[in-house]
Ligand binder design. Structure first.
Ligand code: MSP
Length: 655
């Protein structure tokens, strides 16, 4: 295996559009790991993308009167926009609607079927639409989805099943033999005790009722279960299952698959079982991180109602505080393997504390002193004492300490190692008191060394910070005239590289201090205003309750109802609701667009006698001129056609 390659993946995101700061966590961590490994001169492939199939999307799109893809496209653009704002340097963005992925999934499904790993049977159980998850009776919690607590629906249908149950022992062995595979360790116990020990059941991997999915090639009334479709993205993105699998050969197995804790079970039970069935190597590591819990939602003092008080929109946060601040907060705030809390205040404190006080001050104090005492020219060092040597040693060991933490995927501790150097350098200023020695002419050499030591601490920490925050390090290095290729690897992240005599600019503030109280008051005022505005908008949208008006018999007789026979039924590709029907109306034929796709298969409609409102003004629906409307009875999610009780010829009048 190529030890110099590094393949890192994020989960692929549901195109929900309501992305908040918590959603950015997985991807920003992966980005830091990708950037770190690039600076180690590894051949990095960083994958992210979107998970676009399934009932949830189908439903949301149809509620908006859109096709799924029309609904999804702007959301995917919105997500890419967030990644751009956050400087996420992915190498590939996969969409599960991409052709190569669809082909890859179909190929994988077929391979599994041909190998006998997938068989046809009947599914009876519970389905949670928001989570796209199947549950057995015993897995439900108080009759509801154990993951999200929402109601589940009972379902029975012909389905294909994957022989997941037979992999239980091999998965346990995988955990035992490879302690690195699933981290942090606590997640192993969770998987073993909550899922594997109680018994793995074969997994239902196809649906006939969900149309918005990848069709099974050898049985196209079935679509592939969304989680199988989604998980395989990690290999289809590399060309697995297509004619060109060069990238797959080069980068698989993944070095790190980063996932939130709620989806660890898919990635460490179902995913390895699929890979085992396909005879593919396991990913090296799956890391199940904790959540960023969004704090806030305080009670409004004046009105006693709950108001969202935290800004959670990533773009708004970047606009307000900058990309570095948000990245730094995300990478620093969630302790290794645990949950962290986000509030406006916690973010502001990080900006002021670490970025402004520690890093910002070190840079502005040092560059200001070099300008004040040495006319903006970096002096050469003139010999080191014990104190200098202690700081130099820390400067030289920081990269190794950070590397160690990154190997453990402990990003917050890696950052704190860099800040140890920054804080040590700040303390060094207090210890060496340059403002005093600058007044003593005999101490000029000492002052020169102090300035040089500080500058090297700044340069080294800026280089090591580059994978984590993407803007400030370059700005800092530019004050020293460094803006070439040298700082793009860690080769120079050691003491003693700078040459005396170079020009040093007086730094402009990189992280201006924020008045926390004032800022929080301002945010609360703004959020209050937004809340009031939203309330007004909701009121405007609330339609007055319509009175059920009585109509006269004459008005009723204006509606002409007749019996019609369905002759043909065509799928309207652009719509996930409509069929195009040709109806025999006795004295000719009519075309009608009817929203029956989710309730009837075409073959169930052909030959059926229906009741048609035949004098409706024709209307264009999805490009079809619809000449009438078919009557149905509707309650909750059920829709059934109305037919004459006994056979009546087409054209018979109803009334
Ligand atoms: N589509 C699935 C993943 C399929 S992977 C084959 C999915 N998508 S998601 O959009 O709901 O989540 C994407 C990532 O965001 C997950 O890793 C999830 O854990 C993460 N987060 C969403 N909210 C989060 C927080 N509040 N905090 C940290 N991460 C969280 O799941």
């Amino acid at each position: 295996m190529d030890n110099n390659k590094f393949y890192v993946t994020t989960p692929i995101y549901y195109p929900s559009g309501n992305w908040h700061i918590g959603h950015c966590y997985t991807t920003v961590v992966c980005d830091a790991l990708a950037r770190f490994n690039r600076m180690l001169k590894k051949d990095v492939f960083f994958l992210t993308g979107t998970d676009e199939h399934g009932q949830k999307i189908e439903k949301k799109a149809s509620e908006k009167g859109l096709t799924p893809i029309e609904f999804i496209n702007p959301l995917v653009d919105g997500l890419k926009e967030i990644w751009k704002e956050l400087d996420v340097s992915y190498d590939k963005f996969i969409r599960t609607t991409d052709d190569y992925h669809v082909k890859g999934v179909q190929e994988i499904f077929k391979q599994l079927y041909d190998k006998g790993e997938i068989y046809k049977s009947e599914y009876e159980g519970w389905y949670c639409t928001p989570c796209e998850s199947f549950w057995t009776e015993s897995q439900l919690k108080d009759g509801k989805c154990p993951d999200c607590g929402r109601p589940v629906q009972k379902g029975k249908e012909e389905s294909y099943f994957f022989r997941l149950s037979k992999y239980a022992d091999r998965i346990l062995k995988l955990y035992e033999d490879n302690p690195e595979f699933l981290q942090p360790k606590s997640r192993v116990n969770e998987m073993v005790n909550n899922f594997i020990k109680p018994g793995l059941q074969d997994l239902c991997v196809s649906r006939t009722t969900i149309k918005w999915g990848i069709p099974v090639t050898f049985d196209d009334k079935h679509t592939v279960y969304v989680w199988v479709d989604a998980l395989t993205n990690y290999i289809t993105a590399l060309g697995y299952g297509t004619d060109n699998d060069e990238l797959f050969k080069k980068y698989w197995p993944a070095n790190i698959q980063m996932v939130g804790k709620e989806i660890v079970r898919f990635h460490t039970i179902i995913w390895p079982a699929i890979l085992m069935a396909l005879g593919i190597e396991m990913p090296k590591r799956v890391y199940g991180h904790g959540w960023l819990l969004i704090g806030g939602d305080k009670l409004s003092k004046s009105k006693g109602e709950k108001i969202k008080t935290e800004i959670t929109d990533p773009k708004e946060l970047v606009d307000r505080y900058g990309c570095d601040a948000l990245r730094y907060f995300l990478l620093r705030e969630i302790p290794f393997g645990n949950d962290g809390v986000y509030t406006n205040e916690s973010l502001l404190k990080r900006i002021n504390g670490d970025l402004s006080n520690d890093l910002g001050n070190l840079v502005s104090r040092t560059t200001a002193m070099i300008n004040q005492y040495f006319g903006g020219i970096l002096p050469s060092p003139t010999g080191y004492n014990d104190l200098d040597n202690e700081v130099i040693a820390l400067c030289n060991s920081t990269l190794d300490s950070v590397k160690k933490q990154i190997e453990l995927i402990d990003v917050p501790t890696a950052l704190s190692e860099i800040f140890k150097l920054i804080q040590r350098a700040n303390k060094y200023i207090d210890e060496t008191e340059p403002w005093k020695i600058s007044k003593i002419p005999e101490m000029r050499d000492r002052l020169a060394t102090v300035m040089y030591v500080l500058s090297e601490c700044i340069r080294v920490s800026a280089i090591i910070l580059k994978p984590f925050i993407t803007k400030a390090p370059d700005k800092i290095l530019a004050f020293y005239g460094i803006n070439g290729e040298l700082e793009n690897t860690f080769d120079n992240a050691y003491f003693g590289v700078l040459q005396g005599g170079i020009k040093v600019e007086k730094a402009t503030p990189i992280f201006p201090r924020i008045d926390v109280n004032k800022e929080i008051q301002e945010i609360e005022k703004m959020m209050n205003l937004r809340h009031q505005q939203q309330k007004k908008e909701v009121k405007k949208e609330e339609k007055p309750v319509e009175e059920v008006k009585e109509i006269s018999i004459d008005e009723f007789f204006k509606t002409k109802l007749i019996v019609a026979v369905v002759k043909t039924c065509e799928n309207v590709e652009k719509s996930n609701k409509l069929y195009k029907l040709t109806l025999d109306v006795g004295d000719g034929e009519r075309t009608v667009a009817s929203g029956l796709k989710n309730y009837y298969k075409p073959e169930e409609l052909i030959g059926k006698k229906v009741i048609l409102v035949s004098n409706l003004k024709p209307a264009k629906l999805c490009g079809i001129l619809s000449e009438g409307m078919i009557l149905c009875a509707e309650k909750d999610d059920k829709v059934v056609l109305i037919s004459p009780e006994v056979d009546m010829p087409a054209g018979s009048v109803v009334g």
